[in-house]
Design a protein around this ligand. Structure first.
Ligand code: MSP
Length: 501
């Protein structure tokens, strides 16, 4: 049955240089989208940029540009990277676009009209240097400069009023916040009283934001603006039919650090608007650099472009998907990148392709031999092949891409063992038909694996399927056509020699 699949990534701060964390979420969304499209689902994949706020304003001022010019100059860093990474998003939203701004303002008005926004005067300690209110404790820490007591009027969203309803929703929908550890974390957080959310900044402090329609001296807080992208892009308050087609989202993919903004701010905003909540908020872990956090000051920020240049797009996509276990942190080191590349892609997958095609060229005239009569050994491989598609589908529908990849690689590893045991290079001397049967079975497993891997490695698998004359083939065991002539080709995943690195 075909389903709707609307998936989002966070919209990234335009000011930041894209790094491996941004690339991971975007590739994950892309892989899920490609899988779902292949399954016949109706897919809408959204990503984009978060372009308002103080940091953008300051960076633009420093460069002597208007904030909008600054954003326009920086946006291509992300757009170009997504192109290089083969990202197949259906839309790209920028919070400075008119279509988004209009919706944010309409929403502010709507929420104000329904009584969920009110004005309140706040008095507290304010650090002029940091441009934010700080706590007494922070003031005592000595880390903040130019502290003064400030009284400021601001607009607040009645978030607290939805606390009980939100708790009930999370309790009634076990798959709403995933993985489970994050769900528990949020339920724990919601045990404390939930306050209201300050959603404005006076223009005197911050000009670069979306103006509040009922008070032109203020702009809206960046999160209130940014979260709305998930509904402004699919046409909320602009294109009813489109919006009804896509909303609620199937999954918001996010990093664990922005879990509260999504599962508390965003959901209560949706409650206030009378809109259904997304089906799932999925928070993945962090990429650590070895054992430490990635940070500019540590100088250990991994640039996805460098990796692509060194190892190719598909290897990077594969590595990121295979290495991060659902929901947990993962550690990146050049060594484990090379290790996984060499073991999974160069040895297990690439080498198998070389071996079978080499043997077919040598002993079978370069033409895929007939499947022949299966013996127990072939039956075992075929049985694994016949169930693999459904297994992978179930895992991917459950966001378990790492496990799905492991299942596919298990088949490849089983075929490598089968090749060793059957030794078709020896068999060819005594029983050519039997050798052919082994090679057909191994090649068919490669074909099937390539079809299943194509969401993760679209380029390389297209090459494999082309070599095997199996472009457009599906998940049935036995679709490989005997009699197909195999061309010669360069190694798919040349081994990375560690000495050279
Ligand atoms: N602009 C907000 C999101 C608004 S969504 C309505 C934002 N942007 S961000 O560019 O700072 O971060 C975007 C995402 O990158 C977050 O999901 C964050 O978790 C992720 N990552 C940042 N560093 C990361 C790693 N080291 N590893 C994995 N993901 C990390 O927050």
């Amino acid at each position: 049955m075909s389903h709707k699949f609307y998936v989002t990534t966070p919209i990234y701060y335009v000011n930041d240089a894209p790094h491996i964390g941004h690339a991971y979420t975007t590739i994950l969304a892309d892989v899920l989208s490609r899988f779902h499209r292949a399954l016949g689902d109706d897919v809408f994949f959204l990503t984009g940029l978060d372009e308002h706020g103080q940091k953008v304003q300051q960076a633009a001022e420093k460069r002597g540009l208007s904030p909008k010019q600054h954003c326009d100059e920086l946006a291509p860093r992300f757009l170009d990277l997504w192109k290089k990474l083969g990202i197949s998003n259906d839309d790209f939203v920028r919070t400075t676009e008119a279509r988004h701004i209009r919706v944010v303002q309409d929403i502010l008005q709507k929420v104000y009209d329904n009584g969920d926004i009110y004005q309140h005067e706040y008095e507290g300690l304010y650090s002029v240097a940091e441009e934010r209110f700080i706590t007494e404790k922070e003031a005592e820490s000595g880390q903040f400069r130019e502290i003064k007591r400030l009284k400021e009027k601001n607009w607040f969203f009645r978030m607290g009023k939805y606390q009980e309803r939100l708790i009930r929703h999370i309790e009634d929908h076990p798959g709403f916040i995933r993985p489970e550890s994050r769900r528990n974390e949020m339920l724990g957080f919601l045990r404390q009283p939930l306050g209201d959310l300050c959603i404005s900044r006076p223009k005197s402090r911050l000009a670069w934001g979306i103006e509040i329609p009922f008070d032109r001296d203020y702009v809206t807080y960046v999160w209130f603006d940014a979260l709305i992208n998930y509904i402004s892009a699919p046409g909320y308050l602009a294109d009813d039919a489109k919006f009804r087609r896509w909303w609620p989202a199937t999954a918001h993919l996010i990093g664990k650090d922005i879990l509260t903004t999504h599962s508390v701010y965003w959901t209560t905003m949706l409650f206030s608007l009378g809109l259904p909540l997304p089906e799932c908020i999925f928070a993945h872990g962090w990429w650590l650099m070895g054992d430490s956090k990635m940070s500019k000051s540590l100088g250990n920020v991994v640039k996805p472009l460098d990796l692509i240049e060194q190892h190719g797009v598909d290897a990077v996509r594969y590595y990121l998907m295979a290495e991060m276990i659902l929901g947990a942190d993962a550690s990146f080191t050049p060594e484990n990148f090379i290790k996984r590349y060499n073991s999974d892609l160069a040895n297990d997958f690439g080498n198998l392709l070389n071996r079978v095609s080499g043997l077919i060229a040598k002993n079978h005239g370069g033409v895929i031999p007939p499947a022949g009569e299966a013996t127990a050994a072939e039956e075992e491989i075929a049985a694994a092949g016949r169930t693999l598609g459904a297994k992978v589908e179930a895992l991917v529908r459950d966001f378990k891409v790492d496990q799905a990849l492991n299942e596919i690689m298990n088949l490849i590893r089983a075929v490598n063992k089968y090749m060793e045991a059957q030794a078709p290079w020896k068999l060819a001397k005594t029983d050519l038909a039997a050798a052919g049967r082994v090679l057909y079975t191994a090649t068919e497993a490669l074909r099937l694996s390539a079809v299943l891997l194509s969401a993760v490695m679209p380029e390389k698998t297209a090459v494999v399927l082309d070599i095997l004359g199996a472009k457009g083939s599906g998940l049935q065991w036995g679709e490989l056509k005997a009699g197909t002539a195999l061309p010669t080709f360069p190694p798919l995943f040349p081994r990375i020699e560690v000495e050279k690195q």
